[in-house]
Ligand binder design. Sequence first.
Ligand code: NAD
Ligand code: IPM
Ligand code: MN
Length: 360
Amino acid sequence: MNTYYIAVLAGDGIGPEVVNEATKVLDACAQRFDFSCCYRYAEVGGAAIDSSGNALPAATLTACETSDAILFGSVGGPKWANLPPQQQPERAALLKLRQHFDLFCNIRPARWYDGFEVLSPLRADITAKGMDIVCFRELTSGIYFGAKERSAEQATDTQTYRYNEVYSIATKAFEAAANRKGKVTSIDKANVMATGVLWRQVVDDVAKQYPHIKLEHMYVDNAAMQLIRDPSQFDVMLCDNLFGDILSDELAAIAGSLGLLPSASINTRGFGLYEPAGGSAPDIAGLGIANPIAQILSAALMLRYSFANDDAACAIEAGVAQTLKQHQVTADLTSNNAVSTASVGDAVARFISEEATSWA
Ligand code: NAD
Ligand code: IPM
Ligand code: MN
């Protein structure tokens, strides 16, 4: 039997609540698909600052290094927002992990589930056309990791992109498009930014190797607008670090809630960090009402990308679709009869276990 070694870093706010539902669902998968999960729980973010003074303690990094994947909740919140920037949970833990493990390729899939287009804030005539988009976001370079300076009078962030960095993420996007609807929309600001001009040139170079993929270049401001006007026109979106961050939250809102959007951040070895695209949601933390679906779907991405277990990943995705269909949803998705975080996790896990019985 295969054993999957998973570092579990729940973090702050709703992190522990939703991570608990993801491990519940992974355990149901392990039973059904005959593998075992060895979880290495470790502290991260504000919780780790409170207990040890460091957002990413050495023991946590070791837990990640000795595992095959990281299941990550979320970090940060008002309690730690006034620390010096370099000590804050987002930079000291999350960005550091992305950089340490070279997790350059961030994948965020967004779609409407059948019958659940009503969750979208968009008009019915727009949702009727469907949406199934995957955003490929460059995750270890750009303005996030460029030189920064700040004085009382002035502050500077710099954006640098190297040819190879754009080449690597663009290649991932084209490979994905080849197995989907065959279209890449590359998003930049080449009418203003030097990095945008380079981005466009490199993407054109990569495109030459994929003659069957349709490539479209789009300025980011237009992309933000087109996403709302007609999301059905997109298949694979290719973005730099900052534009991908912003547009992926937009994708989540179009899908219905930030609580639906999963995220996989992987390196060339298939090692990955799997987390919801959203944050620690301090406004609802501790209430048991957070939507765990983004975290549960992130666990599905982990099974697919780090453990090559597509059957188990698909079972989770089917379980989520079924749970939504049965209207077992949290308060972000409905104004009446909302269920708790744990009830959603139970429903997905039950689907996986019951299918196991009926398929046996
Ligand atoms: P947020 O994503 O935490 O919350 C934005 C809004 O979305 C809130 O109203 C929240 O209640 C809602 N929301 C988010 N996830 C939800 C879920 N699963 N179910 C229901 N509602 C959900 O963004 P923010 O308020 O800008 O940031 C809060 C903190 O989280 C900040 O410290 C920020 O830096 C951090 N953050 C962390 C990560 C991460 O660790 N991966 C990602 C984004 C933000
Ligand atoms: C995300 C988050 C992070 C980012 C923050 C918390 C550093 O917003 O994963 O989308 O900006 O990448
Ligand atoms: Mn974000």
